[in-house]
Design a protein around this ligand. Structure first.
Ligand code: NIG
Ligand code: FE
Length: 419
């Protein structure tokens, strides 16, 4: 190392899971903690990490371009949000009263609202309008301590409108400091012009939309809303296998409302992750464990839909030794929030996860759900220098003191982005 571009010093507590691979079961509790620490960054990557004195001694004869003192604050890996519906037009507060009066989520969708209402707004929006709106959300996420976010399409539901959403996500990745990882989710709902003809819409996705998405290199992953009345297990299998043939790695919205078998399908197809899982059976969870699928839990969604039921995080961790990840599921219907810190609190309250497990779920395991465990998600030499600085005395303080933003600063790829 010839030169250090940025030295972050005066870290009261540096807390990080270890390593490059997802942390399963009890490993999720193992957090490395260094008090009075420092991190040296060179060319956007972590060059040194350790007790402050040791790092300063090792740098004695090395040129340091910039030093920042975080004055005793807590530093974690940059948080990763691995499941969002970031790019969409409009919002759905007009459905709030209906939702609160107890009309179920799938009934609102069946009546032509829900995802289909956002589809109408998304189709009507220009690329620039979608970009401006999603950019504001990305800023919000960044201010919450997030440095990498996944973004799904699925509100266009025509070739042109799906491409429009994905092009916006790509442009955001190119122009915003946050990394935006794209997922094609044309199978999010059946649009009105295909009502009663789901198979024909599945054919359109497989034969026309997917090949174009792949040809333009607009997505890394392919996702399906596998749910009763939306896409069946068989239809999901067809779409995800077609995605695989085009080089897109499968993800599944699985067993959210009914135990349809989405988790089993995730295992069968070797999906990288299975999301929601509130209704997943023991058989489904065993399939995830057997095939190394990351369960991505979205406690903000069950909270906002007013469900009494929650994903079985304790069983997933204690019994099935799964590498649980957490995410906002930010979207205009079931979870209109960008706040990963609210999700941390709900994971503590409703999923009974410990602060250590929550950090692991929002960092290395979330990175693994995006195939990026080797590059982000822990504070290790060689990894991308993505760090979040919290005005928080310790880890437990994050889910404990809720409803406020604890982020003090964010470093992305070695640059101070938000302070
Ligand atoms: O993950 N469940 C399907 N998709 C989203 C909700 C999208 C919406 O309601 O707009 C979810 O919860
Ligand atoms: Fe979702």
């Amino acid at each position: 190392m010839k030169c250090v571009d940025l030295l972050v010093t005066g870290i009261g507590r540096l807390v990080t899971p270890p390593g490059n691979v997802p942390r399963c079961g009890q490993e999720m509790k193992e957090i490395r903690e260094i008090t009075d620490a420092a991190v040296a960054i060179s060319q956007g990557r972590i060059a040194l990490v350790g007790p402050k004195q040791e790092v300063h001694d090792l740098l004695a004869s090395i040129e340091i371009t910039e030093t920042i003192d975080v004055c005793g604050r807590m530093v974690t890996p940059g948080l990763v949000d691995p499941h969002t519906h970031l790019v969409h037009g409009g919002s759905r507060e007009h459905e709030l009263a209906l939702k609160r009066s107890g009309v179920p989520y799938l009934d609102i969708l069946a009546q032509g609202g829900g995802i289909l209402s956002s589809m109408t707004s998304t189709r009507a929006a220009t690329e620039q309008e979608l970009y401006d709106k999603a950019r504001r959300s990305l800023n919000e996420m960044l201010m919450n301590g997030v440095t990498t976010v996944e973004a799904k399409s699925g509100y266009g539901l025509t070739l042109e409108d799906e491409l429009k959403q994905l092009r916006v996500a790509k442009r955001l990745n190119d122009t915003h400091p946050l990394d935006v990882v794209s997922t094609f989710m044309g199978a999010h709902a059946v649009p009105p012009e295909y009502k009663g003809h789901t198979e024909a819409f599945v054919d359109l996705i497989i034969n026309e939309i997917l090949p174009k998405v792949a040809e333009e290199g607009l997505a890394e992953f392919c996702d399906v809303f596998c749910e009763h009345g939306v896409f069946s297990v068989e239809q999901s299998r067809r779409i995800l296998l077609a995605g695989k043939r085009h080089g897109l790695v499968p993800k599944i919205h699985a067993d959210e409302i009914e135990p349809l078998g989405g988790a089993g399908l995730a295992g069968e197809l070797g999906a990288i992750s299975a999301e929601h899982l509130l209704a997943a059976t023991d058989e489904g969870l065993a399939a995830l464990a057997k095939h190394g699928v990351v369960p991505v839990l979205l406690p903000g969604t069950s909270f906002n839909l007013g469900l009494a039921k929650h994903a079985r995080a304790r069983d997933m961790i204690d019994k099935y030794e799964l590498p649980v990840a957490l995410s906002t599921d930010y979207n205009p219907g079931s979870c209109p929030t960008e706040s990963i810190q609210l999700i941390m609190m709900l994971a503590s309250l409703n999923l009974k996860m410990t602060p250590e497990e929550i950090l692991t779920a929002c960092t290395i395991n979330a990175a693994a759900a995006l195939g990026r465990g080797h590059d982000i998600g822990t504070i290790e030499v060689g990894k991308r220098a993505d760090l979040t600085i919290f005005d928080s005395p310790n880890l437990a303080y994050l889910p404990y003191h809720f409803g406020v933003n604890h982020t003090f600063g964010v470093i992305k790829n070695g640059s101070v982005i938000a302070w």
